[in-house]
Design a protein around this ligand. Structure first.
Ligand code: ASP
Length: 331
């Protein structure tokens, strides 16, 4: 299924880097999703190897902890046949006081063909991108953006809808409630932009202290009452409290938070009868989501999100290295 239309060749994705969803047009998002489909199929085969990126070197430079994103970028690069190297900041010269710019210059001098970066500071990935010669992919920068997470979420949702026979051109008509620490969440930011670009109506729900000011101006509907935010929603996306980004006390206690904003089976009944449940992970079971909900076989697509993460990262690495590889129409 082609989800939308896009220009031919390199014009389908004219960017060197993938820094955020904010820089992308709707048709570019659709292109990244459509190009992930063959990789979804490959990843379901016993033999998952492709030589698409053979001979290329990809550096995953992670200055902040990660399980899913680092692993799936590593798997994605390896399945595409690239040489993949992981740099963990804890073991790097960053701990010896090297500046981010010097680290970027060092990575560049090693002639990486793509650099994937996660960093705790918003804007750090853009800074590195401005200092290197190869494509840079943002794997999450502070509370700014996490574009591949939003893309994999869209792909997982599209697959789940398709399996229910609800395949549509995009997400027009869908009501999606995102609940949690909206203020500090890069996943929320990237998802709001991506889901809205694909036509969905986005409701945001958070305690007052964790809701950014002015979300109405970007077309999202803010709620502080979770029950009201859930009413009739087609999709419920739960987010973790970003404790590592909080300075000071934002919630009275985890127990209180769960009482008001935790997704329980009972509360889910307020959403549409077949509403889908999403979570980017890592989950704090019993805080923002109950196990009974997270593990619902017919409603929770949390493990599918993880599956789609590999395919979407393969799509991004493939597309962003086409110019380097001299692919016809992309030079
Ligand atoms: N894994 C996601 C991120 O890196 C979500 C989270 O950590 O809560 O932003």
């Amino acid at each position: 299924m082609t989800f939308g239309r896009y220009p031919a060749g390199g014009l389908a994705f004219p960017h060197r880097d993938l820094l955020g969803i904010a820089q992308l047009e709707r048709h570019e998002i659709l292109y990244l999703l459509d190009e992930a489909e063959p990789w979804v199929d490959l990843n379901r085969q016993p033999s998952k190897h492709s030589d698409t990126l053979a001979g290329l070197t990809i550096i995953n430079a992670f200055f902040e902890n990660s399980t899913r994103t680092l692993l799936s970028f590593e798997i994605a690069g390896k399945r595409l046949g690239a040489d993949v190297v992981n740099m963990h900041a804890a073991q790097s010269s960053v701990k010896k006081g090297e500046t981010l710019i010097d680290t970027a210059i060092t990575l560049n001098a090693m002639r990486a063909d793509a650099i994937v970066i996660r960093h705790g500071s918003s804007g750090a990935v853009d800074l590195i991108a401005s200092k290197v010669d190869c494509p840079v992919l943002n794997a999450g920068d502070g509370s700014h953006e996490h574009p591949t997470q939003a893309l994999l979420d869209a792909l997982a949702l599209r697959h789940a809808l398709r399996e229910r026979g609800e395949a549509a051109e995009d997400f027009t008509g869908l009501v999606i409630t995102i609940c949690g620490d909206i203020l500090h969440s890069r996943v929320a930011r990237s998802n709001i932009l991506c889901l809205q670009a694909l036509g969905a109506s986005v409701r945001l729900c958070a305690p007052p202290a964790l809701m950014p000011a002015g979300v109405e101006t970007i077309g999202a509907e803010p709620f502080h009452d979770f029950d009201a935010a859930l009413e009739g929603a087609d999709v419920v996306m739960m987010l973790r409290l970003q404790n590592e980004r909080m300075q000071g006390q934002f919630i009275p206690s985890a127990r209180e938070y769960h009482h008001l904003y935790g997704l329980t089976l009972e509360r889910l009944k307020r959403a549409a009868p077949d509403a889908l449940v999403m979570h980017p992970g890592p989950m704090n079971r019993g805080v923002e989501i109950d196990s009974e909900v997270a593990d619902m076989l017919d409603r929770s697509i949390i493990t599918r999100q993880v599956e789609m993460g590999v395919a979407i990262r393969m799509s991004c690495l493939d597309i962003l290295t086409r110019r380097t590889r001299g692919v016809e129409g992309w030079t």
